[in-house]
Design a protein around this ligand. Structure first.
Ligand code: ADP
Length: 195
């Protein structure tokens, strides 16, 4: 049973690492950003509501986000473990996740904090804008997302540090190197992937 969170500033490489780690542990990677983008694309009622916030680099309201995650974590494939990418992002979401997991007595095993230099992050995101054309990857919106992260999400690291479950990882370097660092750090904590 592996229950992980990936946390870090926009552009730190959470999505990329989430996919690789989920494979290594045979658990689903659950990205609220991906779920919102899929809903925007399909023009579902959730997507229609979320789009404006996302395009401006604001967080989607907790009420929408919390329900989405509660439903997703109740699905069969998440019962034996999961890797959350991009949730929780606010204090209220931390409380909600505690409530979701607490009802099953399923605590988080580890919170993986991906760290990276802010200038490098802007560079990466502008590059991604060229490659993927994400609406929230313009320089102005990127800078706003960084501010929102520092304001609302960075404080969550203290909450999880107080629980002794934060693993800090240097997010700079090749993708494979970063994955290696994470796997080594988790293995050192007795959380190695099953072979
Ligand atoms: P990044 O990590 O690059 O900021 P994500 O793909 O994780 O991008 O998220 C993109 C956008 O989706 C966010 O800027 C926000 O609008 C919305 N979003 C994703 N996860 C959450 C969340 N947990 N709470 C509120 N909004 C979210």
């Amino acid at each position: 049973m592996s229950r992980f969170l990936l946390i870090g500033p926009p552009g730190a490489g959470k999505g990329t690492q989430a996919t690789l780690l989920a494979q290594a542990y045979s658990i689903p990677a659950i990205s609220t950003g991906d779920i919102f983008r899929a809903n925007v694309k399909a023009e579902t009622p959730l997507g229609v509501e979320a789009k404006g916030f996302m395009d401006r680099g604001e967080y989607v309201p907790d009420s929408l986000t919390n329900d989405l995650v509660r439903d997703r974590l109740a699905q069969q494939d998440a019962l034996a473990g999961f890797l959350l990418d991009g949730y929780p992002r606010t204090r209220d979401q931390v409380l909600e996740l505690d409530d979701i997991l607490g009802s099953d007595n399923n605590e988080l095993d580890s919170v993986i904090l991906l760290k990276a230099d802010p200038d490098e992050l802007v560079r990466r995101l502008l590059n991604r804008a060229k490659e993927q054309g994400r609406a929230d990857d313009t320089e102005e919106v990127i800078r706003h997302r960084q501010t929102v992260y520092l304001d609302q999400t960075a404080p969550l690291i203290e909450i999880y540090s107080a629980r002794g479950i934060v693993v800090e990882i240097d997010g700079l370097g090749q993708v494979g190197e970063v994955t290696e660092r994470i796997l080594n750090a988790l293995t050192a904590r007795g959380l190695s992937p099953a072979i």
